[in-house]
Design a protein around this ligand. Structure first.
Ligand SMILES: Nc1ncnc2c1ncn2[C@@H]1O[C@H](COP(=O)(O)OP(=O)(O)OP(=O)(O)O)[C@@H](O)[C@H]1O
Length: 277
C-alpha cells in the first residue's frame, strides 16, 4: 500500500487498522466483524469489519476483482452455494450470527433479499413471480391476501401501474428495466429487512437506470440496502455511505459526500479520480 502524508494524518479504526473511517453505524442492522472469505487457497476478503445501518443505502465500490460481489454475497450466505468457498468471522443480523450452524438459510434469504446484475424473473407470469415467495414461505393464507401482497409489492417497486392489466403475461415479456423492477417486487414480497443489489443497473439503459435509482431512494424508508456498483455517479446519487474495497480489503468507509469530495486514503483517491480501476 503506497503511503504519503495524507495517510499519516487520518484516523484508523482501532480494531481495523487497514480501514480508514468509521466502520460503525448508529443504528446498525448488520454488523460484520473479522470477515474473511476464501475460494480454496485464494483469500478473497480479508478481515472486513463494517456495520450497515437501518434505512441506509451503502454503496460498495472498487476495482474489478476487489471482492465487492464476494462480500455482498456473504450477507445472505449466497457464497454457501459456491463449491470451495469458505467464510469466517461474524455477520450479525438483528442480534443473530447468520453463520451459526443452526440457522436456516431459506428464511435468511427472504429476510436478506438479493437483486442481481441481470434481471432473472422466473419463467412464470408476472403475478406468479411475485406470489411464489409469499406462498412458499407461508406468509399468506387466502387468495385475497396473496393478491394484496402482489399489488403492494409491485406498487412499492414502481411497477403496478405498468403491469396491472397484464398480470398473467410472462415476466420475461417485460422490458429489461421492468424485469429488474419485477425482481425487486419479488424480493419485497417476502418482507425483507435488507435488500442486496449486485450491479442492478449494469444491463439497463439510462432511463431504466434512473427509474431504479429513484426506486432505491424510495425503498430506503422501508429497507436497508447494500448496492455494488461500478458507477461512481450512481454511488454518489443513491447512497448515504460508501465503502471502498481494494484487493479484498475494505480500505475506506464514510459518508458518500466525503468519500467523493475528500477521500482520506490514497487508494480511494486514486480510484475516484480515475488513476486506476
Ligand atoms: N467462484 C469463484 N471461485 C474462485 N475465485 C473467485 C470466485 N468468485 C470470485 N473469485 C475471485 O475472488 C476475487 C473477488 O472477486 P469478486 O467477483 O468478488 O470481485 P468484484 O469486486 O465483485 O469484481 P467485479 O467488479 O469484476 O464484479 C477475484 O480475485 C475473483 O477472481
Amino acid at each position: 500500500m503506497r503511503g504519503r502524508e495524507r495517510t499519516s494524518e487520518v484516523s484508523y479504526n482501532r480494531d481495523y487498522s487497514h480501514t480508514v473511517g468509521d466502520i460503525t453505524s448508529r443504528e446498525a442492522r448488520i454488523v460484520c466483524r473479522n470477515v474473511n472469505v476464501y475460494y480454496g487457497d485464494k483469500h478473497a476478503i480479508q478481515d472486513v469489519g463494517l456495520d450497515i445501518g437501518r434505512n441506509e443505502v451503502i454503496a460498495l465500490i472498487g476495482p474489478s476483482g476487489c471482492g465487492k460481489s464476494t462480500f455482498i454475497r456473504c450477507l445472505n450466505r449466497m457464497n454457501d452455494t459456491i463449491p470451495g468457498c469458505r467464510v469466517t468471522g461474524e455477520i450479525v443480523l438483528d442480534g443473530q450470527n447468520i453463520y451459526d450452524g443452526s440457522l436456516d438459510v431459506v428464511p435468511l434469504r427472504a429476510q436478506v433479499g438479493m437483486v442481481f446484475q441481470k434481471p432473472n424473473p422466473f419463467p412464470k407470469s408476472i403475478f406468479e413471480n411475485v406470489a411464489y415467495g409469499p406462498r412458499i414461505h407461508g406468509l399468506v393464507s387466502t387468495k385475497a391476501e396473496l393478491e394484496e401482497v402482489v399489488e403492494r409489492s409491485l406498487g412499492r417497486a414502481g411497477l403496478w401501474d405498468e403491469v396491472k392489466d397484464y398480470l398473467h403475461q410472462p415476466g420475461t415479456s417485460l422490458s429489461g428495466g421492468q424485469q429488474q423492477r419485477l425482481c425487486i417486487a419479488r424480493a419485497i414480497a417476502v418482507n425483507p429487512e435488507v435488500i442486496l443489489m449486485d450491479e442492478p443497473c449494469s444491463a439497463l439503459d439510462p432511463i431504466a437506470t434512473a427509474k431504479i435509482e429513484q426506486l432505491i431512494d424510495e425503498l430506503r424508508s422501508h429497507y436497508t440496502i447494500a448496492i455494488v456498483t461500478h458507477s461512481m455517479q450512481q454511488a454518489a446519487r443513491v447512497s448515504q455511505r460508501t465503502a471502498y474495497f481494494h484487493l479484498g480489503r475494505l480500505i475506506e468507509v464514510g459518508e458518500t459526500a466525503q468519500i467523493f469530495t475528500n477521500p482520506r486514503h490514497q487508494l480511494t483517491e486514486d480510484y475516484i479520480t480515475g488513476r486506476f480501476g
